[in-house]
Design a protein. Structure first.
Length: 109
């Protein structure tokens, strides 16, 4: 029993700061990796984007930004093939989304 008390006192005196290695390891483990779309999903997303542009219907685009999946709802204003960007406008904001960051798309009900 005395040994257990001694071990607890050692833990209480241990420094609370993590080493740089430990911080980097935790940061890397928290990052989420996203796979690129398979060919069927990519074709579906392309069709939804084209229909949204032609019919001027709003669309929900899911994309990766800073390691997190975000959603943007709006009308497809333009498709820049040179810069490989998709321009979406929802009335207040206009957002440029890289083609490589897109992970999904859906029509609004």
């Amino acid at each position: 029993m005395e040994v257990m008390v001694h071990e607890r006192s050692i833990w209480n005196k241990a420094p609370s700061k993590m080493s740089k290695y430990e911080k980097l390891r935790r940061k890397e483990s928290e990052k989420t990796e996203f796979r690129s779309l398979d060919s069927i999903s990519l074709q579906r997303v392309c069709r939804l984007i084209e229909c949204s542009k032609l019919e001027e219907q709003p669309i929900v685009i899911r994309f990766v930004n800073s390691g997190r999946v975000r959603e943007s709802i709006g009308h497809v204003v333009g498709i820049d093939l040179v810069k490989r960007m998709l321009l979406i406008c929802n009335g207040e904001f206009q957002e440029a989304i890289s083609f490589t960051a897109i992970v999904g798309a859906d029509k609004l009900p």
